[in-house]
Design a protein. Structure first.
Length: 729
């Protein structure tokens, strides 16, 4: 690790002096927000997953002491998963970061800001604006994302910044943009209840999105539930049809279904002719996917394929298609997502109740990141390369147009390759823990060691990434700050401050404000005074975009309305419905207003099993009590009790028998990159030749293989070659 000489304290001038002296009264911290009763309740939005459940936070002497599901919120209707009930617990963890740290030693904010600015400026002055970058998150508020993106790119002059949303949602973004002309998930959660056939592809909502699954269970239409997943997941067990395909044969399956729909005359030709483009070429392309061939690749029978196709054909009242990480985290993810979109288009299942090609999001504010993070899209879903868009955004935020870069950021993996090659020398990581969560962990951590300057900003200074930081900035957490999230169905909701952050920790918003002042940008960001002030700026950036939210007056309107889905134009501010879906007029966001059929031939995953590594490793969520790297959920004794006490490997009885492995034996799983020892769980829920690991253990991504989808650049977490042997002590 590089160390720095102790900084010389420099007297700050102007507003910075005030800000650097942490005055709780001035920051509004340590005080009950004015609108709250000290022993009353506050309505807020859960800060874990993209479902975006409403929570009621119960206050005692101005501090939240308990969380319960909000019975009136239209998303969760009085239910919450274990993480929501335990939302406050991680705030009290003993390892909350309380001071900035320099090379692992506590320091003060003045020194931290001095170091941050001096080091970043010096790297960028010596090596150019592309030599510093940031990696953000889907966990902070939209206003914080907007501030970070504007500060780093329009203020500090960086070109490159991406978010951990690249690991979960980039595929859906790319697929929608190419197919619909804008990143526009079309659905509303009411579609779970109003569908006759729900097709889940690479999705396990029973445990990954349990409140969405509750909405499915409320469906009174006795729907068919079709699950496409190599494993017999909890959702597959509840399905009426489960197709346990070979891993990564989903693209072939989807083309095979399109073949059958065309052959059987089961296509909505009126919709296709009037509202889509590229169908003739697509119909010709899928002629290469007859059922016999598709059956041999997917492992399904021709009869199964026919049953599946018959279940979604035109004439079935309402079919909805839902996908998540099993599709998004793939070597050919974008084309797979678009193959799902193609099926929805060719059967006319879009824009109507109970239909849609619907991507379920991961993190609580992945959708906010998609619109406002200013990473690969210019704020508000604009295009960095489009001069008119740059002019429009510059005017909306009151910055000179010259401050807006004319190129989008490199993607996450490309930023990392820049670090590896030495082009990127300074990295600022906010509210994410990639030393645990990025694929091929050793390569990731090796390349971090090449950095001249690593800044980590997080609520805990104990994460694997934070411990590598040269400079650590302590951040307030969900519940200790205010702002908006956008959930999977495009619903904006307000998350409230009901706790004071510990020690000297500050909200990410306040940290960005400090940096703006320290960098010398106080005048440029004079309007960016509070989350709600920035909300108004972000609103202006959305004007006349598909995501136009100029009709949302303020936070009070969001709270009163039970959240509001985008779009809401000013003209409809007083006249809108709680549940709205896109494309009810079949007008898409492409220049000709037609949705596009997009396709490419399937390709093999980049690492296939062989004699040395004969098994395919699949990873996924373990339980509804666990969240990603468990940075927060492992802080709750309640949630820990709901999760397995020890990590396990699911292996099929045949593969276990071949290695003389019995249930509960200790085994070693080894890939070309690493090995880990753990307990075997023998299960027919995985197919022969495949093994499954819950993704939460920090060793899992030591095994995984660095491969990304070429269009979305999302990592392929769910396919690498491994071997498993009995551990002999
Ligand atoms: Fe929170 Fe998601 Fe659980 Fe709802 S489903 S309570 S948003 S973690």
């Amino acid at each position: 690790m590089i160390t720095f000489p102790a900084p010389t304290f420099r007297e700050w001038s102007g507003p910075l002096t005030e800000d650097l002296v942490r005055d709780p009264a001035k920051f509004g911290l340590g005080q009950i927000p004015r609108r709250l009763q000290p022993n009353g309740t506050a309505k807020s939005i859960c800060g874990f997953c993209s479902t975006g459940c409403g929570l009621t936070l119960h206050l005692k002497d101005g501090v939240a002491i308990n969380a319960t599901p909000d019975p009136d919120y239209p998303v969760n209707k009085g239910t919450a998963c274990p993480k929501g009930w335990e939302a406050l617990t991680p705030l009290d963890a003993a390892d909350r970061a309380k001071t900035p740290k320099l090379n692992g030693e506590p320091t003060d904010w003045a020194t931290a800001m001095q170091i941050f600015c001096d080091r970043m400026k010096s790297v960028m002055a010596e090596h150019g604006p592309e030599s510093a970058a940031y990696i953000s998150t889907g966990q902070i508020m939209s206003e914080e994302m907007g501030f970070l993106g504007a500060l780093a790119k329009f203020g500090m002059g960086m070109i490159h910044g991406d978010g951990n949303t690249r690991q979960c949602m980039a595929t859906a973004v790319t697929a929608y943009k190419e197919s619909f002309g804008f990143d526009a998930p079309p659905f509303t959660y009411a579609d779970f209840e109003e569908s006759d056939v729900l097709v889940f592809i690479g999705a396990n909502p029973c445990i990954a999105h349990p409140i969405m699954w509750q909405r499915v269970l409320r469906n009174k239409r006795q729907p068919q539930i079709i699950v496409v997943d190599p494993r017999t997941t909890e959702t597959a067990m509840a399905a009426t049809q489960h197709y346990a395909i070979q891993p990564k044969s989903d693209l072939t399956l989807l083309y095979g279904l399109a073949y059958l729909l065309i052959r059987d005359g089961a296509v909505d030709t009126t919709f296709v002719e009037e509202h889509t483009s590229g169908y003739a070429e697509f119909a010709e392309f899928v002629q290469s996917y007859p059922p016999e061939q598709v059956a041999s690749i997917t492992g399904l029978t021709v009869t199964q394929l026919q049953t599946f196709a018959d279940s979604i054909r035109i004439g079935t009242p309402r079919v909805s298609f839902w996908w998540t990480m099993g599709v998004n985290q793939s070597h050919q993810a974008t084309r797979t997502a678009q193959a799902i979109i193609n099926l929805a288009l060719m059967t006319g299942n879009i824009g109507k109740s109970g239909t849609g090609a619907n991507s379920i999001t991961g993190q609580c504010n992945a959708m906010g990141s998609r619109l406002f993070s200013n990473t690969t899209n210019l704020i508000g879903g604009h295009d960095f390369k489009n001069p008119a868009h740059r002019e429009k955004v510059a005017e909306a935020i009151g910055f000179p147009v010259e401050s807006i870069p004319d190129q989008p950021s490199l993607a996450y993996d490309q930023i990392l390759e820049g670090v590896e090659s030495g082009k990127i020398k300074a990295l600022w990581i906010i509210a994410t823990n990639p030393s645990h969560s990025w694929i091929n962990q050793k390569r990731f951590n090796d390349l971090l060691n090449k950095l001249d300057f690593l800044v980590v900003q997080d609520m805990y200074d104990t994460t694997e990434t934070a411990q590598r930081a040269h400079l650590f900035l302590p951040a307030a957490a969900w519940g200790e700050k205010e702002g908006t999230f956008i959930n999977s169905e495009r619903r904006l909701g307000v998350s409230r401050q009901v706790r004071r952050a510990p020690g000297q920790a500050l909200s990410d918003f306040r940290i960005f404000r400090l940096i703006a002042h320290a960098w010398g940008l106080a005048d440029q960001f004079a309007e960016w005074t509070s989350p709600e002030a920035v909300f108004q700026i972000l609103k202006r950036c959305t004007q006349d975009q598909p995501c136009d939210i100029t009709g949302i007056e303020d936070y009070a309107m969001l709270q009163k309305s039970g959240g509001i889905q985008w779009p809401l134009k000013k003209a409809h501010a007083t006249d809108f419905q709680t549940e709205r879906r896109l494309f009810s007029d079949a007008q898409f966001f492409t220049p000709d207003q037609r949705a596009r059929f997009i396709f490419d031939p399937p390709e093999s995953p980049t690492e296939l099993p062989d004699d040395d590594y004969p098994l395919i490793l699949i990873t996924g969520r373990g339980t509804s009590a666990q969240w990603h790297t468990e940075t927060r959920t492992a802080k709750s004794e309640v949630l820990k009790k709901l999760a397995p006490s020890e990590v396990y490997l699911e292996i099929h009885p045949e593969d276990a028998s071949a290695q003389k492995i019995r249930d509960g034996d200790r085994v070693t799983i080894q890939s070309r990159r690493a090995s880990m020892t753990l307990k075997a769980r023998i299960s027919p829920g995985v197919s022969p030749g495949q093994v499954f690991l819950p993704m939460h253990d920090k060793r899992v991504n030591q095994l995984t293989h660095w491969s990304v989808d070429p269009h979305s650049r999302q990592p392929s977490y769910k396919h690498c070659a491994v071997k498993v042997v009995l551990k002999l002590d």
